[in-house]
Design a protein around this ligand. Structure first.
Ligand code: SF4
Length: 370
């Protein structure tokens, strides 16, 4: 399990290593076909900042070689905002007296129909808060069965599950699971996740092993940018990715760098800020580090950044997202997890991607065939 590996990697020493990378480390990394985690550290370090243009060119080249001029499109659907956890940065945390709702299967189907009216989405991401008493694996399984009538690729972003539950959901037609570790800083993890199942660091970080064991086809990873030093968190994620690729080599992987926005949580302010240039740097670095990994940008990022990065490394995007349960049929801002930055309609996103020479792809044939 990865938690055992992680114990042997010192957070403080990793931070120190990254910050001591030099220009020659950066040039060495840029010259390699296959980068190590040490190379990634150089590419995300301050020493690489003057090489951003060179990194952008390499990132674009590798992305074109592996993915062509395409952009996979997906849409998220929140099935419930009920949650028993108390993540200090999230509006769904248990102590927030907001209205909670759990969509029935009829309401979920209404959402599917509303989504289909927006654009020909085939990739859907089903999300829940973490409250198995109202939305357990059976509930998620029923939603997946229903989704198969409307979508060819179904992913979930829910609480970490057991191997048996993941296997059960794969049997129902699940294609992928996204889970954000939020931070790999074991010492400080519980400052942000003080109560509930999410406070169990090892259960969460080993969830990716359980997905791999259950034969989940696509695993999505991410560190929430805004909690701890982002360079160190991204490096830990790179160690994690390499570990998973070695142990579950049939699985496809995606990464995401969700940036917490200062105003989104009405209380908690990010501890660290990743600038737009740094987001570009980490995206290029990850593409150079791993030519095959899917890099996903959500509507948390504004239009300008999504458009700029669309040809430089990003391979998957959401569009016209609602983060409140029932939001596609009956929008209600008061139920949102966070307010999106890119508020374009899916048709506008598609038209802007086409202007950039990209072909939006609705159906992931690779996933469907597996
Ligand atoms: S981040 Fe997820 S687990 Fe934490 S409070 Fe929000 S919905 Fe619940």
């Amino acid at each position: 399990m990865f938690s055992e590996k992680l114990k042997k990697i010192s957070w403080a020493e990793t931070t120190e290593k990254i910050m001591s990378k030099t220009e020659s480390d950066v040039l060495r990394a840029l010259g390699r076909n296959h980068c190590s985690v040490e190379d990634l550290m150089a590419l995300i370090s301050p020493a690489a900042e003057p090489y951003l243009e060179q990194m952008a060119r390499l990132s674009r080249k590798y992305t074109l070689e592996r993915f062509g001029k395409t952009m996979q499109m997906f849409i998220p659907l929140y099935m419930t905002n009920s949650c028993t956890n108390s993540c200090v940065y999230c509006s769904f945390h248990i102590s927030n007296p907001m209205k909670r709702t759990v969509l029935s299967m009829e309401q979920i189907e209404e959402e599917f129909r509303s989504i289909k009216k927006l654009s020909p989405f085939e990739n859907i991401l089903l999300l829940t808060g973490e409250n198995p008493a109202v939305a357990d694996a059976r509930y998620i399984g029923r939603a997946i069965e229903l989704a198969r009538k409307y979508f060819s690729n179904i992913k979930i972003e829910v609480m970490p599950l057991s191997v048996e539950d993941y296997e059960y959901l794969v049997g129902k037609g699940l294609n992928g699971v996204i889970c954000f570790q939020e931070t790999y800083n074991r010492e400080r993890y519980n400052i942000y996740h003080p109560r509930g199942m999410k406070s169990k660091f090892e259960w969460r970080v080993d969830g990716y092993d359980r997905m791999g064991m259950a034969g989940v086809h696509t695993i999505g990873m991410g560190a929430l940018i805004g909690l701890e030093d982002w360079r160190t968190d991204v490096t830990m994620m790179a160690y994690h990715l390499r570990y998973l690729e070695k142990n579950y080599w049939k699985t496809k992987y995606s990464v995401n760098f969700p940036r917490m926005r200062p105003s989104e949580n009405g209380g908690f302010q990010p501890n660290v800020i990743m600038t737009d240039r740094e987001l570009a740097q980490v995206t290029f670095a990850f593409r150079i580090f791993d030519h095959d990994v899917d890099i996903s940008y959500s509507t948390r990022e504004p239009k300008e950044i999504r458009d700029n990065m669309a040809t430089l490394g990003v391979t998957t995007m959401s569009a016209e997202s609602h983060t409140e349960p029932g939001g596609y049929s009956h929008p209600q801002e008061s139920l949102e997890q966070f307010h999106v930055s890119d508020e374009r309609k899916a048709t506008e996103v598609v038209s802007d991607l086409k202007k950039l020479g990209l072909e939006p792809v609705w159906k992931d044939w690779d996933d469907v065939m597996n």
